[in-house]
Design a binder for this molecule. Structure first.
Ligand SMILES: Nc1ncnc2c1ncn2[C@@H]1O[C@H](COP(=O)(O)OP(=O)(O)OP(=O)(O)O)[C@@H](O)[C@H]1O
Ligand SMILES: [Mg+2]
Length: 251
């Protein structure tokens, strides 16, 4: 089993306030790694480190290393290239004020793709992968912001896929969408797992249980435990805090 990402001794602080404390773990290629933990435990911070968007936060400082395919990401000069390899889907859909088509074609065009037929093909493929194509194929020129919340979240996923990422990070993607749409997107993720590595930050522990190959439990910036999802959700995870959190008896 190949490691896609290797994190070692990762420490992050905002000013003098620690957010992650010497966190070390690997992410296996083609797994869905569930990342669970209460509010403020450092989940979003972890994703920001991985695609180097923590650099946008002036008061943040970090130590430790993150390797992607064995290469320390801090040594990667082409940070935009790195962010294309690591797609990010945020909690609320952030649709560009553009048509459905242009939302998905935006990044490939910015990267220089001009051929109409290639763009058409790519837009269709990404919308298919995000399970949105059938609902929008007849109105690709309407504004993305006119879609329902759940459709916009799938549009956000389609846009993340337009970069052909190797790693897809999702930060609480289902926070603003209904359970039926959530299930559809969960099915999408299971299919995408065959082609990429997925980091799934979720407040819904049952979502990690349904989807994740392995699950990591973060608490106050500490990685309490990472193990196969079966173990994390069993009667005997290694730590009592893990048991309490996944069973809703925490705190
Ligand atoms: N830009 C920032 N400036 C200062 N502190 C921050 C910043 N971003 C995050 N923090 C702090 O870092 C800690 C970890 O935050 P983070 O957003 O990573 O947690 P989280 O697990 O994603 O929480 P949630 O479940 O609420 O999204 C928190 O104490 C938070 O207040
Ligand atoms: Mg968060």
């Amino acid at each position: 089993m190949k490691n896609k990402i290797e994190i070692s001794g990762l420490e992050v602080s905002y000013g003098d306030k620690p957010a992650l404390n010497r966190v070390s773990f690997d992410v296996h290629e083609n797994e869905i790694l569930g990342i669970i933990g209460p509010a403020q435990s450092g989940k979003t911070t972890l994703l920001k480190v991985i695609n180097r968007t923590l650099e946008f936060v002036p008061e943040a400082s970090m130590d430790g290393t993150v390797k992607l395919d064995g290469v320390d990401i801090s040594t990667i000069g082409d940070v935009y290239g790195l962010r294309r390899r690591i797609g990010m889907v945020l909690p609320l859909p952030v649709g560009l004020p553009l048509s459905i088509y242009d939302n998905v074609a935006f990044a490939p065009r910015a990267a220089g793709l001009r051929s109409k037929s290639q763009l058409d093909e790519l837009v269709e493929r990404c919308l298919q992968q995000a399970a949105l194509w059938d609902e929008v194929k007849d109105r690709l020129d309407t504004l993305g912001t006119k879609l329902s919340g759940g459709q916009q979240q799938r549009l956000t996923i389609a846009r993340a896929l337009s970069h052909e990422p190797e790693v897809l990070c999702l930060d609480e993607f289902s926070i603003a969408i209904d359970p039926v749409t959530t299930m559809r997107i969960e099915d999408v993720l299971k299919t995408l797992q065959k082609e990429m590595t997925i980091l799934l930050v979720t407040n819904l522990v049952q979502q990690a249980k349904r989807l994740a190959t392995r699950t990591a439990f973060l608490l106050n910036g500490d990685l309490v435990e990472i193990d196969s999802t079966d173990v994390i959700f069993s009667d005997k995870p290694t730590h009592q805090a893990t048991y309490d959190y996944v069973n809703g008896t925490f705190g």
